[in-house]
Design a protein around this ligand. Sequence first.
Ligand code: BG6
Length: 463
Amino acid sequence: MKNKFPKNFLWGGSTSAYQFEGMFKDETKKADSIMDNFINNNLQNSYFEIASDHYHNWKNDIALMAEMGFKCYRFSISWPRIIKNLKGEVNEKGIEFYKNIFLELKKYNIKSVVTIFHFDYPLFINEIGGLQNKEFINQFKKYSKILFENFGQLVDYWLTINELCNFYFAGEIIGLNVKKDSKEIWQIIHNLNVAQAEAINLCHEMIPNSKIGPAPNVKPIYAGSTKPIDNIARLNLNNFRNWAYLDVACKGEYNKFFINYLKKNKQMFSITEEEKMILKKSRPDFIAFNYYSSNTVKISTQTNDFNKKWDQENGILIDNFACQIKNENLDKTQFGWEIDPIGLRIILREVYDRYNLPIMITENGLGAYDEKTLDNKIHDQYRIDYYKKHLEQMSLAIEEGVDLIGYMPWSAIDLVSTHQGIKKRYGFVYVDINDNGEGSLERYKKDSFYWYQKVIQSNGGEL
Ligand code: BG6
């Protein structure tokens, strides 16, 4: 059977600034950022300092993307590279860096899909009390305005904030030190939601015909048994990790279940009438989402102390609510992430049915220990197999009616994982550097590079 993808389908790849560019603070006049801070306190993560050194290799990297046939490239702008301080002074060097990237992409006819905020933010935000202070919303608005002024004519699709739910689920990985069962964490999430809505409204006001959307991480949730009560657990987690974020972004309000949960647990954040209006007014043009895996849950009867029971390896346990269990039907990656291509089709269908907006997939991919052979080859057939299975399911979802407009796997080129170093590789292109910062930084095309090139050439017909 031939897979079918729409004409003008956006084939591409994805990266984020702090994981790809490298910091090079002095040279680039970049402001201190939360990740610099994280680096200093956490030697293990010192590799963000150089990362893949895209900062000095952007031309070559874009040429490689063009050679693969990319129709689009999804990347993020580094907030601390653009804004110097709370007053909002602009770092011209930062503006110039991204302008060059946009112009280079145009040269190859590659559309830009730009995330405004992907995990790393300026340290000066802590001077106003961090993300939990409502002044954060103004700072974000100020930053977004500068981006729209400078790059409004150059960007094809704007994405607001990457994986808002992970400020909750994985806050510690991105430098947040806030308890999970607290009002503060939900205030952060709410402030981010309002900041997102402000950016959407501003983008539409400032740039005629602009397109902007949220960029959540979504997972289909399965009931871990045929017991009806485990389906309640499924609904609970669905409301909590998927719809809580997408409802507020697309419908302008939080779902009742989510709000009731926070109130019951005395974790309700503060929301003003004005904020409610801002949320109501904002309407995204599309949904971009990141997909890696699914969750399987049973009802949990345990109570209290979510923080203690939270465990990256064993998963989620939410009091009286849902308990994540292993799904025996799914294989795992070398890093223990469940591989679930049909799950992608399920979540595509669910998200489309619920919101009826065009969808682009802005992350999906396999983190693995790739090996470079003596003749500089990388035989990553496992990655090709992974992508094939996901693309087949995407094609079926399209056939079933989902308006899927693009696919930007993670990652275009190797970069540093959020918490597991560059040894966990995701790219179509291998970057010669290890977790000690040793290596030539040379780029090598993996087998998946040539495979993806053919996929794009055949518009997904040949997998
Ligand atoms: C997504 C993030 O959650 O997953 C990326 O948006 C991240 O920034 C990717 O790199 C893969 O996760 P990890 O932890 O393997 O880097």
